[in-house]
Design a binder for this molecule. Sequence first.
Ligand code: ATP
Ligand code: MG
Length: 563
Amino acid sequence: MSKNTSDQTNFIQKIIDNDNASGKWDTRVHTRFPPEPNGYLHIGHAKSICLNFGLAEKNNGKCNLRFDDTNPVKEEEEFVQSIIEDVKWLGFDWEDRLFYASDYFNQMYEYAVQLIRDGRAFVCDQTADEIKDCRGTLTESGQESPYRNRSVDENLDLFQRMKDGEFNNGVKTLRARIDMSHSNLNMRDPVIYRILHAPHHRTGDTWCIYPMYDWAHGLEDSIERITHSICTLEFEDHRPLYDWYLDQLGVYHPQQIEFARLNLNFTVVSKRKLKQLVDENHVDGWDDPRMPTLSGLRRRGYTPESIRNFAEDVGITKRDSVIDVVRLENSLREELNKKAPRVLGVLNPLKVVITNYSDEKTEMLEAVNNPEDPQAGTRELPFSKELYIEQADFMEDPPKKYFRLGPGREVRLRYAYFVTCTHVIKDESGNVIEIHCTYDPETRGGNSPDGRKVKGTLHWVSVPHAIEAEVRLYDRLFLKEYPENGDSFVDALNPDSCKIHTNAKLEPCLANPENITYQFERMGYFKKDEKYSTNEKNVFIRSVSLRDSWARLMKQGANQQGV
Ligand code: ATP
Ligand code: MG
C-alpha cells in the first residue's frame, strides 16, 4: 500500500504551505472536526477526522472537536458520547478544545441583531412553502418577500419577540437580505433563524429559535479562529454565503476548503440511512459488526491503525469517486497478517479417529505463532486419538483437483502428522458422521523423512482439548455494488450477511482469548466479541477473510446486480 504519498498529492497541504510562505495566518494551522450529534460516526467521518487532526499534527497546529448541535430535534447525548469515544479510539487528541455550537447561541443571536441593525436581515412572515415557491430557479429570479422592507425597529422588535416565544413554530423566520435574483440560489435571502419550540440536549428550554446550519457553521469557525475550514464538496456553493455573512459582520474570516467525500462501494455512508437500518432493525444496532460505523468496524476487529492507513491511502481529492471497499479490507488484512497470532479452529466439525494411535496418549506438538514475526515464538498444541477437522475438508467421492481428505487419501495435519483415511462411518440418512484414519509416526511435525509429498494440509483440533465456541461469519451488508442506485437501498441488503456456526471447536489456547484478533489458519481473522459472548460461551466474529473472495465472484460474473 502506498503510504505517505498523499503528502505530495494532498492539495490542502499545499495551500497550507503557501499560506505559511506568505504569512497569511502567521504560520498558524487550526482545524476542527465538526460533527452533528445526530448519529454515530462512519468511515466517511474517519476520513475527515484523519484529515483535520492529521493536518494539525503535521503542521504543529491544533484541531478542535466541535459538536455542531444546532438542530435539537435530531440530536442526542448518546450520539455525543459515541462520537467522543470514536475520535479518541482513532487516536486523536483535542486536548482542552471540546466545543459545542450551542455554547455560541448568544453570540450568534447578537450577530443576527447586528445584521438587522445594518439593514441586512429582516423578519419574514412567509411560510416555509411560500419561501420555497418564491425562490425561483437556476434560470429564473426569485420574488422578493412582501416583508422584506420592514423597518429596522420593527425587525428588531419582532426578532426579540420570536426569541421570547411569542410565536408558534414556522410562523416567522429571520432572513438575510441579500439578492433574490442572485445566480447562486443560496444567496436568495436565506433563512437565518427559525422558530422551534423544542428542548435542546444542552440548552434545555432556553431557546425557541434556532440558527440555520449555514448561519451557524461559518460563525462557529470564526469564533474558534479556525484557519483552514475544511468541508466536503457539497458546501462549495454555500461558501459565497458564509463569506457574505462574515464580511457583513466584519469578523474573523477563516478560509473554507472543500474536498471530495469518501464513498465506498457495497456500502452506505449517510447517517440518515444508517439510522434507518438501525431503527428498522435490519441490523443489531449502530455497532453491528456489519455497519460501516466506527463502532461497528471496531467490533468487527478493525484497528485504529488500519483505518488511519486506509484514510491516508485513499488520499484527498477535489473530485467525487467511489473507493473499492476491498481497499479498506486490505488495509486490515495487511496489518493483521503482520500481527495476528495464528491458531487452529474448526467451524463445522467432523470427527476423525486415528485408529493406530494410543487411547491414553496426548502429545504436545510445537506450533508457530506467526510465520511473519519470528519474535512471536511457538506454542504447544495437544494431539490425541480423536480430532476434529472441517467438514468441507473431507469428500467421499472427491473430484480430481480436490487435495484434501477422501477414502484412501493422505494429507498433512498442520504441525502434526500425515494421516490416511481408511474408513467412513455414516448415519442412517447416509451423512458422513465420523472418519477413521491411520497416522504415520515417522511424519511428526508434518514432514515425511522419505520425501513423500502430500498436497493438502488441514487444520484440526483435539477432541478432548477442544474449546467450544460460536463463530459468526459476516459478509457484506449490501449485495449491490451501488446500493443507493435503485428504489430503496434497503432492497439491496444482503439476506445472508451473517452466518452463525454454533458448534465451532477451537484449540485450547483460546480458552481465555486476549482482546486481539487471531488468524484461524485457512479460515480468516477472528476476534472475540464481548457483546455477544456470555459466561458459558465465547462468540468470535470474523473480521476479514484471508483473501478477497468477492474479487473472484465478481470476475466470474456472479454479481451483476447494481453494477
Ligand atoms: P452524513 O451525510 O452521513 O449525515 P454529515 O456530513 O451530515 O454526514 P456531519 O456530522 O455534518 O455529517 O459531518 C461531520 C464532518 O464529517 C463534516 O465536516 C463532513 O464534511 C465530514 N464528512 C461526513 N461524511 C463524510 C464522508 N463520506 N467523507 C468525508 N467526510 C465526511
Ligand atoms: Mg451534516
